[in-house]
Design a protein. Structure first.
Length: 98
């Protein structure tokens, strides 16, 4: 990442602290989630520890599994900083002078 990043990176991960993990990810996962790696926010930040990136922010999406009408409505209202979304995006800026 550091070799090809000009200003920074965005890394998409599955968040362990959400309803989708409880439904699809526990016990090794099932179907499309079999073998998937689920991260906590702390683990997402730790991925950048030995790299010349400053983690600027974490953002979340996909709060209710299923994609139904209620889930889509809630997506429009839920703030992206609410740490309960199934999708976690770690955005990091390249540190100056690195």
């Amino acid at each position: 990442m550091t070799r090809v990043a000009r200003l920074g990176v965005g890394l998409g991960l599955l968040n362990r602290h959400n309803l989708l993990y409880l439904r699809k990810g526990r016990a090794g996962g099932g179907a499309a989630y079999r073998g998937a790696r689920w991260h906590t926010p702390a683990q997402a930040r730790a991925l950048f520890e030995d790299l010349p990136f400053a983690v600027a922010r974490l953002r979340y999406a996909v709060f209710l599994p299923g994609g139904g009408l209620l889930a889509r409505w809630f997506e429009t209202l839920a703030p992206s900083r609410l740490p309960l979304g199934a999708f976690l995006c770690a955005c990091a800026a390249l540190e100056r002078g690195a």
